[in-house]
Structures are given as C-alpha cells and as structure tokens.
Design a protein around this ligand. Structure first.
Ligand code: RM4
Ligand code: MN
Ligand code: MN
Length: 394
C-alpha cells in the first residue's frame, strides 16, 4: 500500500467519541470561568457535539453522564436518542455518576454503608438499562472511591465489596454490552483510591466477568509512567476496552490531546497498530475524549482534539512494521527508533486534507467552523442563562 492509501484506510476507520461534559461549563476545584456559549442542556451538548462531527467526520457518538444528562433516567432516553439521531450522531458510552451525590461521601461500591453500596449498584444497573434503551453498548465506570487518611479505610474489605458490586452489575448486562473499568491513582481521594491502577482494574474486570474490560484514561497515571507499555500488556491480555484521551503536564490536567506530548499519544497508537499488524486482529477499542475545556472555546477545542487525534493515529499507521520487527529482532537500536520517528515526523496534513475533500468535509475543519457563525449564534442564545449560573469555590 502507498502511504496515501495507508493514511486513507486509517482515517476511514478512525472514530473518536466526544464527552457531553466537554461542552458544558466545567472548571477547576477553585471555580469555573463561565463561557457564554457553553452548553447548558443535554440537547445543547448534543447539538454542539454534532457540529464537531459535521466538520471533522470522525466523531459520530457522544458519551453521556447519567446524572448530568439524563436526570430522569430511563424516561429521558427515547427523546434524546431520537434528537441525537436527527443531528446525525448517536449516544455513546453511558457513564453512571456514582460520585456526586451526598451519599457517596465515603465511597460508592466501596462504601462501608451497605445502603450506599446498594444505591450505587442500583444506579449502575439503571445505567445498564439506559444503555440498552439508548442503543449504546458500553457502560463506563469511574469511581471516586478511596480514602484520605492512613488507617481510615479497610482496603482489603473495600476490594471485596468492589468485586461483589461489579459482579452483580455484570450479571445484569445483556450479551452485547460491555463494562469498562477506569482506574485513577489519586483525586478526589488522596491517600488511596480503590481502583488505583491498570493492574487493579484488570483484576476487577476479570473478576466481574467476560464482558468487562479496562479503560485507560491517559491522565490517570503517575508522572513518568510508561502508558504505552500498559496498553501493550492490556492488548496482549485481550483486556483493553477503551481510552479517555487528554494530555497532562502535572496531574489529571485534562488538557487538549497532543498539546503537551504528541509523541506520547502517537506511541500509544503505535502499540495498537503494531499489535494489529502482528496479530492480524483489530482490537475492539473505543477512543473517547475526556477533557475539561475551561478556558478554550469548547467546540473549537474539540475540533482541535479530533483533528490532532486523526493526525497522530494516521502517523502511527505509517510506521513500517515489517522493518521495525526486523530491527527489533536484530537489536538495531538506532534503526528501530528512527523507524518510529520517521513515521512521527511525517506531515500527514496534506493527505488528511485530501481525505476530507473526498468525503465532502472541509479541508480545514476549524476554519470552516469559525466561518459558520454557529459559535456566535449559541453565544447570543445562551449568554444570559450562562451568566446566571453560579460559580464559586466556597
Ligand atoms: C474523572 C474521570 C472520569 C470522568 C470524571 C468526570 O477524573 O476521568 O472518566 O467521568 O472525571
Ligand atoms: Mn476519564
Ligand atoms: Mn480524569
């Protein structure tokens, strides 16, 4: 295959899901800076996400957080599902919210209070039903569970409660559904989190049942951790279910993908492409954006993210795998490394522009979006309502 053909086929299959919460006013723990154009209702979040898809052609689904997007649960689903369809997009992963309610102060599935554990499980089970009704496959679980002070929680007991809870939830899934288990080593709990790393997520997913896989959020690692190695291991174990992409410099910064370390994201994609080449199997992985755009205009940052993801994925597909395997086999260190760098250094933007032209998409999605006037329109329409929203730390 020519380089152009490789990039074209990469782009034809590459999809990245958008997070509904990335279009709403979000902030840091010190407060929010409100944007006049931010989405307030679920309909607005979906409409904004549909814009990103219309201009990039690679974001056909939107992940939702049940509490924020479907406040009435199952009742809300049918209308929003058909609204999304009318916009040319679909509902993606369903994220139960088992961290915001007051009852979750000391955890959800890991809470010492059996009534709280039951409430969390009930909400996850409801979310499984919501996923079915929404026509979406994945239930994506992130837990804020943990503790803040040494000695204040029984770590082994909480692990058992997690196994029980996840097993019970797994038993309620229909055969086609998947459970994605996300890990995070810190925040909001700062002494221990119940699912701190990929190993714990892997063990819990295995314990839950065969439809459970691990979700890797790129921001949820300690500094200097080799994320692509984790990816390689999860692929080898057939346990990689999906990603939450974002970039970081210090902690879980939720910055724009590729803004700090584009080579890092490229290396993750490379492990996936290399696995595909070597095994002939295409792993079933959902790529999702999980970013908090508290300063940049949200739709623009999402377009920036989607196009960056396309570029980095296309570059990873350009690695000469046969040559790389040869270099690795012969321990040709410099040649192997240069092989990766050659792909990473390739400017794929001209081919990307051509791919877009061929699909009736604007060559420059960001510029085309800016020209469309959509941002000004929604700012006018939403400014007053956004200004009325409270944003305070204490
Ligand atoms: C967490 C994690 C989850 C996301 C919440 C809002 O840090 O990344 O995926 O749902 O934030
Ligand atoms: Mn995440
Ligand atoms: Mn996060």
């Amino acid at each position: 295959m020519s380089r152009e053909e490789i990039v074209f086929s990469a782009l034809d299959r590459f999809r990245i899901e958008l997070p509904s919460w990335g279009f709403a006013n979000t902030g840091t723990r010190f407060g929010k800076f409100l944007q006049p154009a931010a989405a307030i209702t679920t309909e607005e979040k979906l409409a904004d996400a549909a814009q990103v898809h219309a201009f990039t052609g690679c974001c056909p689904t939107v992940a939702v957080h049940v509490l924020w997007d479907f406040p009435n649960g199952l009742e809300d689903v049918a209308l929003l599902r058909s609204y999304a369809a009318s916009l040319g997009i679909g509902i993606g992963a369903i994220n139960p919210n088992i961290f915001q309610d007051q009852i979750y102060k000391h955890g959800s599935l890991g809470s010492p209070d059996s009534l709280v554990r039951k409430a969390a499980l009930d909400h996850i089970v409801d979310s499984i039903a919501i996923a079915e009704a929404a026509g979406s496959r994945d239930i994506s679980l992130w837990f804020a569970d943990g503790s803040n002070f040494p000695g204040s929680a029984n770590i082994r007991q909480r692990r058992k409660w997690f196994i029980e809870g996840l097993k019970a939830a797994h038993a309620r899934m229909t055969p086609g559904q998947r459970m994605l288990v996300e890990y995070k080593p810190f925040e909001p709990a700062f002494y221990h989190t119940d699912i701190a790393d990929w190993g714990m997520a892997l063990l819990l997913a295995r314990a839950a049942g065969p439809q459970a896989k691990v979700l890797v959020d790129t921001g949820h690692h300690y500094q200097a951790q080799n994320i692509e190695q984790i990816v390689a291991w999860l692929l080898a174990e057939d346990m990689l279910g999906g990603f939450h992409f974002n970039d970081r410099r210090y902690a879980d910064d939720d910055l724009t993908l590729g803004s700090i370390d584009p080579y890092g994201a490229f290396r993750i994609f490379h492990e996936i492409c290399f696995y595909e080449w070597e095994t002939g199997r295409a792993p079933d992985i959902v790529y999702t954006v999980d970013q908090s755009h508290n300063l940049k205009p949200k739709i623009e940052e999402m377009i920036q993210t989607a196009t960056t993801a396309q570029e980095l994925y296309a570059k990873a597909c350009l690695v000469d795998h046969a040559a790389l395997a040869r270099f690795q086999g012969g321990s040709s260190l410099i040649d192997a490394e240069e092989c990766l760098k050659a792909a990473f250094s390739t400017d794929v933007r001209p081919v990307l522009a051509e791919w877009r032209r061929g699909r009736g998409l604007p060559e420059n999605p960001l510029a085309a979006f800016r020209e469309s006037g959509y941002a000004e329109r929604i700012a006018r329409d939403r400014a007053e309502r956004n200004a009325a929203a409270a944003s305070t730390y204490a």
